[in-house]
Design a protein around this ligand. Structure first.
Ligand code: CAA
Length: 464
């Protein structure tokens, strides 16, 4: 049975912080953000927006675009790491908002939960819902998986320039017009880690930035190794002498906390995959530099990070490798188009990977690339930590959907925040009703109850 993604809709808040203004205000070189990390704008929520209303807005868009009625949807899952409640799931708020449009109890038949595992949970939600369909449990209905997050870090921290906000809704069914998942190859890795976490009651995470970068790559590599075993044993891929599985993946989409992380991860994975192939020898000869080896043969993440001599050499090697024609070819062909939206919007945590996919579809289509039958690989990462690698093949009908994708017009008229406005919103100095923008045709938050018996109850309305 072909199961996969039938449609994708996004909701990105219209407010944004410009990376140049931000760098100036923090006394940083703007080139560090734009060239070093690949960030030019960070989307920000208004005071009357939260992850639940962004999720509902993305859902409403997918319902309208795909002309769905509530009866067509059997499951609605929300994956997020910006939870609003320790018990009540975010999809219940989303259902409440959608029922303001579709009528009381119109989604009453629908199941679903909120999923959490930092940025990877959306991928688990997609996988679980695909299996619900494969198992024949869906009764012909589709699932909607929504990924929605506000990436928020402390003012003045090194995470502050990797913020962003937005939601993506994906329609999953057994007749997908965009992409069919490759069966029996989805692979995961998992380990108890503290690279990035947000203890109860804390609004921003505790982050070990460089540790998280390296852990991301190690965990994705582990999942990729398992994917490789499955791809070979199921016969999905048959490698000839000197080939790697990456040769059989036409486009790669990586989790993007900032767009250059995709490039970093691609280089790491390619080095791992090419190292034992004849082509590697030629590249090393051309580069005129041997690949450095860490002093500690165990190669644990702690020992690698503590080995400053190795880290400096490896950094130099990575930079040189990134300039080779061989890397540049793979980068341009398989990854570059997926990074464009991230540069314009910033980190969306759970939604970052899927914003990358959305970006790849739209910008490859604009270039005139024929995507039909092309294989897309996904490298999903969630701190704490777990990775998932999976793939899919673009369906013959993809053009029906992709031809109408236009990030700029779907985001609407974007409004730049001054640094003062940004900091006021960031520090929660404005109440929900002190919003900056006039919202139209979308759900907004109007109240959060404070009296003890109903504390925390949230009210949303649809603004015509
Ligand atoms: N001009 C051009 N480039 C410059 C520059 C300049 N003036 N100054 C620095 N750079 C480059 C650096 O060379 C570096 O590039 P390379 O890695 O290619 O060498 C890049 O800019 C970043 O510089 P630093 O490493 O010095 O940056 P930093 O110390 O400020 O930290 C960060 C970057 C670790 C990503 C930090 O922003 C952070 O902690 N972010 C939050 C955590 C995070 O995003 N982790 C990613 C993996 S975990 C994950 O993915 C889960 C998730 O969503 C959070």
């Amino acid at each position: 049975m072909a199961v996969g993604i039938d449609d994708i809709a996004l909701y990105i808040p219209r407010l944004f912080v410009d990376a140049r203004d931000f760098a100036k205000a923090r006394g940083m070189d703007p080139d560090k953000l734009q060239r070093g990390l690949g960030i030019s704008k960070m989307a920000m929520v208004d005071t009357n927006q939260d992850p639940a209303c962004m999720a509902a807005n993305a859902c409403l868009r997918i319902m309208e675009r795909s002309k769905l009625a509530p009866k067509d949807v059997g499951r609605l899952y929300v994956a997020t790491e910006s939870s609003l409640d320790e018990s009540k799931a975010m999809n219940s708020y989303v259902i409440g908002m959608l029922e303001q449009i579709y009528g009381d109890d119109s989604f009453g038949h629908c199941g679903g939960i909120e999923c959490k595992f930092a940025c990877v949970s959306g991928s688990y939600a997609l996988y679980d819902n695909s299996n619900w369909i494969r198992a024949g449990e869906s009764g012909g209905k589709s699932a909607i998986v929504v990924v929605s997050d506000i990436a928020k870090y402390d003012l003045g921290s090194s995470g502050e320039y990797t913020q962003g906000a937005g939601a993506i809704a994906m329609l999953v069914n057994d007749n997908p017009r965009i992409m069919q998942f490759d069966p029996k190859v989805t692979s995961t890795s998992i380990k108890n880690e503290y690279d990035f976490y947000r203890p109860f009651g804390k609004e921003t995470p505790i982050v070990h930035g460089q540790y998280s970068n390296l852990l991301y790559m190690i965990q994705v590599k582990k999942a990729l190794m398992s994917y490789k075993e499955k791809a070979l044993s199921t016969g999905l891929m048959k490698l000839k002498e000197g080939e790697t599985i990456l040769d059989y993946i036409d486009f790669l989409n990586m989790h993007l906390p900032y767009s250059n992380m995709g490039k970093k991860a691609l280089s790491y994975l390619i080095r791992h995959e090419w190292r034992k192939l004849p082509r590697w020898k030629k590249i090393i000869e051309k580069m005129g530099m041997e690949e450095p080896i860490p002093k500690d043969p165990r190669g644990t993440i702690e020992s690698v990070l503590a080995d400053s001599e190795f880290m400096a050499k490896d950094h130099e090697f990575t930079k040189k490798f990134a300039k080779t024609e061989e890397f540049q070819d793979v980068y341009e062909q398989k990854l570059a188009s997926s990074l464009i939206a991230s540069q314009m919007i910033g980190n969306l945590y759970t939604a970052s990977l899927y914003l990358g996919f959305r970006s790849c579809l739209e910008f490859e289509f604009q270039k005139g690339t024929d995507l039909e039958g092309k294989r897309v690989g996904f490298g999903s990462y969630g701190s704490g930590s777990s990775a998932m690698v999976f793939s899919g093949v673009i369906a013959p009908e993809y053009k029906e959907i992709v031809k109408d994708m236009n990030l700029e017009s779907e985001m609407g008229n974007r409004i730049k925040l001054s640094l003062e406005e940004y900091e006021e919103i960031h520090e929660n100095k404005r109440g929900p009703n002190e919003n900056l923008l006039d919202s139209k045709k979308e759900f907004v938050l109007v109240d959060v109850e404070s009296s003890p018996e109903i504390k925390g109850q949230r009210k949303y309305i649809y603004k015509e």
